[in-house]
Design a protein around this ligand. Sequence first.
Ligand code: U2P
Length: 229
Amino acid sequence: MMMKSTLGFLLSQIFVFQQLAVFCASQDFDFFYFVQQWPGSYCDTKQSCCYPTTGKPAADFGIHGLWPNYNDGSYPSNCDNSNPFDPSSISDIKRQLQQEWPTLACPSGDGNKFWGHEWNKHGTCSEDILDQPGYFQAALKLKQQTDLLNVLQNVGINPDGEFYSLTSITKAIKDATGFTPGLECNVDASGNSQLYQIYICVDTSATSLIECPVLPRGKCSSRIEFPIF
Ligand code: U2P
């Protein structure tokens, strides 16, 4: 009798420890924002920009980041300073990152500073799911999967300096991906509202697109410019 209850107790303790281990290994965030930026809108503001040391990037959306987020709109950051960005971990995809995730900040750089900032601030908060190369590869794959410039150009929304309605841009992306994107605008040197960043929501495995639990406050007018780059 005594043996039976001791065994029962031990089994229940093992169960509790198992649950605790699962809880500790799981991530403390609810979804990712996959954020892409239009280089024309980064560069034509009052602040301007600097092309990377590798030259002017393609006229395409560039990756800004893959950001773990909470359903209430807040987000964790700088989650593990014992796992800082290691450029050697991405050496075999560096050329691809230079094309798809170009830095536009001044002074000009080769990208490591931008990628390092994104990994240290955001990537460390999903490190149990994606290690460093996995984090950057996941973002590259999502960029390919969403193919935003193509999606917009297919419905006649081109980066030609013209104005387009916010609803037409949102609809084009929703029709193509199945989910409503978040749009963020900034202001060009003459004060026009323009398409700056597009937020796509992704599940915690960074593979499937999902409906956004919360959309960013995007500061867009109802008609926005899509500037030339
Ligand atoms: O919006 C300004 C900067 O805040 C960070 N941001 C914003 C919203 C959000 O959900 N998550 C988030 O990280 C971004 O900072 P960065 O990664 O560029 O340092 C964004 O540019």
